[in-house]
Design a protein around this ligand. Structure first.
Ligand SMILES: [Zn+2]
Length: 312
C-alpha cells in the first residue's frame, strides 16, 4: 500500500528530470552518458560477462524503458518468429493508475511473461538514482516499481537495471540494503540516441561478428528505429550462425532467463526463488562497474518521455 501511495504521489508531482526534458535541456545524466558513449561507442563483445564454460557464444537480449503499447507487441512477434526469449526492463510510469492505457500496459506485461520472457525492474520514472534524488527517493523508485510489476504480473521482478547505468557508492549501498544486484550490458548500439536503424543494425552486427563469449545486448523497445532494425538483427543472427558453421566456429546461442536458471544455479544458502534467481544471474553476469576495466563515468540508458506517460 505504501508503495502504491508513493507511486501516486510521485506521478502527481512531475520530476525535475521530466520538467527539464520537456524544456529541452540535457539532464546531467544524459551528458554523462554522452561522454561515456564517445569513449565506448561500438565497443562491447562480452567484455563484462564471463565466458560460458566450454560452450559457444551466448547472447541475452534485453529491452529497456517499455512497455510501449504501439511497439512492444511487435517486438514480441519478432522474437516469437525466431523462437527467442528476452528480458524486458520496464518502467512503472507506463502501467500505473486506472487509465485504459495503463490497464493495456499491464495486460502487455502479462503477455510478455506468457510468451516466456522475463520482466525486470527499471524504476518507476527512469530516475537517475545517484546524487540529488537521495536515498529515500531511490528506494521509492525501486520498491515502487517492484510493487507495480508484482501487481501487474503476480510476481516481483528479480532483475534490476539502473536507468542510465547510474552507479555511485550511495546507490550501491542502497541496492545492497535492498538485496538488489543490478544487471549491466555488453553491447550497446545507442539506439536511444542515434534513432537510426541503419547505424543500430551495423553496430550490433559488428559486435555479433566478433562475439565469442557471453554478452548482453541492450536495446529499447520504445524506440521506433529499434523496431526497424530488430528484424534485420534477428535475421543476421541466423545468417551469422550459418557463416560460423561454414568456418567451424560455434554458433551464437540466444539464451533466456529461464535457461540461466536451469541447471546453472550455484548452490545458494537460501533456495527461495528470489535468492535462487539472483544467485543464477550473479554467477553468470557481472554488473559492469564491478569490472576494473569498466567505465567510471556512467553507462547508458534512455530517458522515458514522461510527457507521453498516461496519468492516473
Ligand atoms: Zn533505460
Amino acid at each position: 500500500m505504501r508503495a502504491f501511495l508513493v507511486c501516486l504521489l510521485v506521478l502527481a508531482t512531475p520530476t525535475a528530470h521530466a520538467k527539464k526534458r520537456r524544456q529541452g535541456g540535457a539532464h546531467p545524466a544524459e551528458r554523462r552518458v554522452a561522454r561515456h558513449h564517445q569513449r565506448f561507442a561500438g565497443n562491447g563483445t562480452g567484455g563484462d560477462s564471463p565466458k560460458p564454460e566450454g560452450g559457444g557464444p551466448e547472447l541475452l537480449l534485453t529491452f529497456d524503458d517499455g512497455p510501449a503499447l504501439d511497439k512492444t507487441p511487435k517486438v514480441l512477434e519478432l522474437l516469437d518468429q525466431h523462437g527467442y526469449k528476452a528480458v524486458f526492463f520496464v518502467c512503472g510510469a507506463h502501467f500505473t493508475g486506472k487509465s485504459a492505457a495503463a490497464e493495456k500496459a499491464r495486460a502487455l506485461l502479462r503477455e510478455i511473461v506468457a510468451r516466456g520472457h522475463a520482466v525486470g525492474n527499471h524504476t518507476v520514472h527512469h530516475l537517475f538514482l545517484c546524487g540529488k534524488p537521495g536515498v529515500d527517493r531511490a528506494v521509492e523508485e525501486i520498491e515502487g516499481n517492484g510493487q507495480l510489476i508484482a501487481d501487474a504480473i503476480g510476481a516481483p521482478p528479480y532483475l534490476f537495471r539502473t536507468p542510465y547505468g547510474a552507479h555511485c557508492a550511495t546507490l550501491e549501498a542502497t541496492l545492497a540494503s535492498l538485496g538488489v544486484r543490478p544487471i549491466g550490458w555488453d553491447i550497446d548500439p545507442q539506439d536511444w540516441r542515434l534513432k537510426n536503424a541503419v547505424k543500430i543494425e551495423a553496430t550490433v552486427k559488428a559486435a555479433l561478428r566478433r562475439l565469442d563469449g557471453r554478452a548482453i545486448l541492450l536495446l529499447h523497445d520504445v524506440q521506433a528505429a529499434t523496431l526497424v532494425a530488430l528484424p534485420k538483427i534477428l535475421d543476421f543472427i541466423d545468417q551469422e550462425n550459418v557463416r560460423r558453421g561454414q568456418v567451424g566456429r560455434a554458433p551464437i546461442k540466444v539464451i533466456s532467463y529461464d535457461y540461466l536458471l536451469e541447471g546453472r544455479v550455484p548452490k545458494a544458502p537460501d533456495r527461495s526463488l528470489p535468492a535462487l534467481a539472483r544467485a543464477a544471474f550473479e554467477s553468470i553476469f557481472v554488473p559492469f562497474w564491478r569490472d576494473a576495466a569498466a567505465p567510471g563515468d556512467g553507462g547508458a540508458g534512455s530517458p522515458v518521455d514522461l510527457g507521453a506517460v498516461p496519468r492516473p
